[in-house]
Design a protein around this ligand. Structure first.
Ligand code: NAD
Length: 400
């Protein structure tokens, strides 16, 4: 990306705790940028309205001005948004992702020493999940039970396709799960590009192709096709050598491939993978998966490193460069406005944003300062500490 020294970056405070965490993130980023580039670079923040606050101010949950700015500016960052019930949206977040075709949801999950974790060795978790963001059952092709469309569809499926399964009658609700080769391949390429750029040695395709042969099975097949575009050694190659020359030869070939800088590519069935990331998390580095699997996997991993209050995320179209960085948690209505929220998720999302902009020095500075603050016992209540959002923010800034 060709980012100018004074880029205009739109931000959406977000609903609920958004008003606590967004100013904290901006203060930290501005301080880190000033320290890193001695005044040569500066972000020009542009506040945009969305969600409940936008509705109160403009009568619109996603005002035109917000969509225009997000169209004109490639990079933006946002707090959590409450999805209005009956507001005409399935979800504001999903709408934003689909509007800008932000096909990859990128969720790095790593442990910060000092954070309370429910597992014995959270330091073994260090993975980046690439979750497909526009297809799968999340595409929103759903038909309500007994609606005219569902009835029509059921008729067609029964008469034209001979589908007469148990528990599939005119009262069934129906969801359609589209998964395409192009949609899969652009996501998997983004995951490989990340693995290459970061020197990762393993990429795992996660799917339920054993049950959903053409959709999830297609994802696996097309994923392996992408693997052939990169310097890789696949589990299929491993198994072929094993069948011909034995396990020792296969292991030696894999070691040789890794020594040559190749990426080991394998796949895992999603349910088994959820076990594996709990039992052997250090085995995995980069994960590419479909929309729904990715949703579960990201939050399950986030829980291992101390919860979603500290896990960042981004929605990116790696082809156009459009990207919206975001807090991964919700609006936390139970603590909204009390000044108690943990701003770490949004702060770490801003680290991803700075890296994406090529402002690596500022990104590293923020990340190290946050890690130092937490390691020295400065934490908010969700992480077992006593600090308010403002006190935590101050601790991070002191460590910059
Ligand atoms: P939530 O993430 O808002 O809250 C779950 C629990 O985690 C609560 O106890 C909350 O206090 C705590 N928590 C969340 N973020 C925290 C933080 N930064 N610091 C400290 N504690 C934190 O999930 P929910 O209650 O299921 O959802 C509430 C609303 O948020 C819903 O309207 C939902 O649609 C929306 N939501 C938005 C997003 C998003 O914008 N990305 C994501 C999830 C949920």
């Amino acid at each position: 990306l060709n980012v100018p020294n004074n880029p205009e970056i739109p931000y959406i405070n977000g609903d609920g705790v958004g008003i606590d965490i967004s100013p904290a993130m901006i203060e930290i980023v501005d301080t880190a940028v000033a320290k890193s580039y001695a005044g040569e670079k500066e972000i020009v923040w542009q506040e945009l309205q969305a969600g409940e606050q936008a509705f109160e101010a403009t009568g619109d949950y996603l005002p035109e001005a917000t969509l225009t700015s997000l169209t004109e500016n490639l990079i933006a960052i946002k707090g959590p948004l409450m999805t209005p019930i009956g507001g005409g949206f399935r979800s504001l977040n999903v709408t934003l992702r689909q509007n800008f075709d932000l096909f990859a949801n990128v969720r790095p999950v790593a442990y910060f020493p000092g954070v309370a974790s429910p597992v014995k060795h959270p330091e073994n978790v260090n993975m980046t999940i690439f979750r497909e963001n526009t297809e799968d059952i999340y595409a929103g092709i759903e038909f309500e039970s007994e609606s005219a469309d569902a009835l029509r569809l059921i008729e067609i499926l029964k008469s034209d396709f001979g589908i007469n399964k148990i528990r599939f009658d005119k009262t069934s609700a129906i969801g359609i799960k589209p998964v395409s080769p192009d949609g899969t391949k652009r996501l998997v390429r983004a995951a490989f590009d990340h693995a290459v750029a970061n020197g990762n040695t393993r990429l795992t395709l996660v799917h339920k192709g054993n049950i959903m042969k053409f959709t999830e099975g297609g994802f696996k097949k097309w994923g392996y096709e992408v693997a052939s575009e990169y310097p890789t050694f696949t589990v299929n190659e491993f198994n072929q050598i094993k069948a011909q020359d034995g396990i020792t030869a296969a292991k030696a070939a894999k070691d040789q491939a890794l020594a040559e800088g190749k990426i080991y590519v394998d796949d895992a069935i999603a349910d088994n993978f959820l076990q594996q990331i709990l039992l052997n998390p250090s085995d995995y580095q980069v994960v590419a998966t479909l929309n729904l699997n990715g949703d579960y996997i990201s939050d399950a991993l986030a829980a291992q490193v101390g919860g979603i209050g500290i896990s960042p995320g981004a929605n990116i179209n790696f082809i156009t460069g459009h990207a919206i960085f975001e807090a991964t948690h919700g609006t936390a209505p139970d603590i909204a406005g009390l000044g108690l929220a943990n701003p770490s998720s949004l702060i770490l999302s801003s680290v991803m944003m700075l890296e994406f902009m090529g402002w690596g020095e500022a990104a590293t500075l923020v990340k190290l300062a946050l890690a130092k603050a937490i390691a020295s016992g400065h934490t908010t209540r969700d992480l077992g500490g006593q600090l308010t959002t403002a006190e935590f923010t101050k601790a991070v800034i002191e460590n910059l």
